[in-house]
Write a protein that binds this ligand. Structure first.
Ligand code: PMP
Length: 444
């Protein structure tokens, strides 16, 4: 398999960055929060796959739901006014639980195309309002909004941009002032700086030109960056002031990752649009969901006569994914969300206990989403030199200790364990992290 992989399978990103030399790591099976590799070694999946298997592995009820749907009706399109039970029921259940009146749900296949869909919906909205000149978008530095073309421009990764004319000239960014090394410190000072910057950006573009502002309630791929409480609300207020649509990207933060079903509930705001994916199906099937408020949906619907609204995928609202999502929702509400909150507190407390380690500069997180940022000098917050600690080396070390984490290039360990973790498993994640840190101190 390793040889066949080398010869034929193109991996996302890594195939072009030394993957051939390292070779693939083969996973074989999983149960709960534990995965087993092809050599029979058991590891704790401290990253829930790719921040997605929130419910954990091996839930028979989900498997049964998928199989039953495949037997009955594996596919039905949502085009041409057609439909079937599972996606309709799922949309209704999600609308029931979403913040405010985000009552209308559009299904995509994952996070990137959910984000791309919102960009279209935002533009359709402004066309319908008779303000087509509102075509400028703003997002936040170090944010991630997917890798398909429209969303990739909102993503703050130059590797996703070069050679494609991205970001588009209509895509602007403001600083994420809540990064570890930001010169502005203190919650209120950070909120004030961001409010001022967003206002200035909107004014500079021209308030009548700005269509939407995008943010992640907590930035995931940027290195688990947690803004101060009140930051999201303050940004929402600026958007409301200017009539700019506010889009929350909850692809990572949704479905219990940060405690409640949606992080926006925690932030006490209702976005105009919201994207989700990952935990929606907990990785058992691909799916994304875009939520729209009553007002946004009705405006687009009423304006659709004036300008054609063309957007859709063959697999929008796939019945098998929808059946899976309905079952996964039952698991969240049958105790997993509650367990996630308890285990999240234990995880953060445990990681906080690593602050005394010479290599630990920062520990942060919310719910079952956390990060430990490594430094060589705590006072100066000196990052680990890139040549000393390539991300893959730390990842490999953790793997050898029986722990899967995400290791970001800057020397950040990211954690997003399944919500089904036991106390013992959370403690193992913390203990194994300490061992990785000790080994790294001894032999960088
Ligand atoms: N938005 C956010 C906030 C994400 O974290 C991601 C993926 N990590 C995406 C969008 C893209 O999702 P996908 O990889 O499912 O296309």
């Amino acid at each position: 398999l390793v040889e066949l992989d080398r010869r034929h399978l193109v991996h996302p990103v890594s195939s072009f960055h030394g993957h051939e030399a390292r070779g693939v790591r083969l996973l074989e099976s999983a149960k709960g929060a534990r995965v087993t590799d092809a050599q029979g070694h058991e590891l704790i999946d401290g990253f829930a796959g790719l921040w997605c298997v929130n419910a954990g592995y091996g839930h028979e009820s989900v498997v049964e739901a998928a199989a039953a749907q495949m037997r009955k009706l594996p596919y039905a399109t949502g085009y041409f006014d057609l439909g079937t039970e599972a996606p309709i029921r799922l949309a209704a259940e999600l609308a029931d639980r979403s913040p405010g009146d985000l009552n209308h749900v559009y299904f995509a296949l994952g996070g990137s195309d959910s984000v791309d869909s919102t960009i279209r919906f935002v533009r359709y909205y402004w066309h319908a309002k008779g303000q087509p000149e509102r075509d400028q978008f703003i997002s936040v530095e170090s944010g991630y909004h997917g890798s398909s073309t429209l969303g990739a421009g909102l993503t703050a990764l130059s590797a996703f941009h070069e050679g494609f004319g991205l970001p588009y000239p209509w895509q602007h960014k403001i600083s994420s002032h809540y990064v570890y090394r930001n010169p502005i410190q203190g919650d209120q000072a950070i909120i004030d700086a961001s409010v001022a910057e967003l206002r200035a950006k909107i004014e500079a573009i021209g308030p009548e030109r700005v269509a939407a502002f995008y943010l992640e309630p907590i930035q995931g791929s940027g290195g688990v960056l947690v803004p101060p409480k009140g930051w999201v609300k303050a940004m929402r207020a600026v958007c409301s002031d200017y009539g700019v649509l506010f889009v929350a990207d909850e692809v990572i933060t949704g479905f219990g990752r940060c405690g409640p079903l949606f992080a926006c509930a925690d932030e006490e705001i209702v976005p105009d649009l919201m994207t989700t994916a990952k935990g929606l199906t907990s990785g058992y099937a691909p799916m994304g969901a875009v939520f729209m408020t009553e007002h946004v949906y009705q405006t687009i619907a009423e304006g659709a006569g004036a300008k054609a609204v063309g957007h859709g995928f063959t697999y929008s609202g796939h019945p098998v994914s929808a059946a899976v999502a309905l079952e996964v929702l039952k698991l969240y509400e049958g105790g997993l969300l509650e367990n996630g909150v308890k285990m999240g507190q234990r995880l953060l407390a445990g990681l906080d206990g690593l602050r005394d380690h010479p290599l630990v500069g920062d520990v942060r997180g919310r719910g079952m989403l956390a990060a430990v940022e490594l430094v060589t000098d705590k006072e100066k917050k000196t990052p680990l030199p890139a040549e000393l600690q390539p991300a893959t080396r730390l990842f490999d070390r953790a793997w050898e200790q029986g722990l899967i984490i995400r290791s970001f290039a800057q020397g950040i360990f990211g954690y997003a364990p399944p919500l089904c973790c036991t106390e013992e498993e959370i403690d193992m994640i913390v203990e194994r992290t300490r061992r990785v840190l000790d080994l790294t101190l001894e032999d960088p």
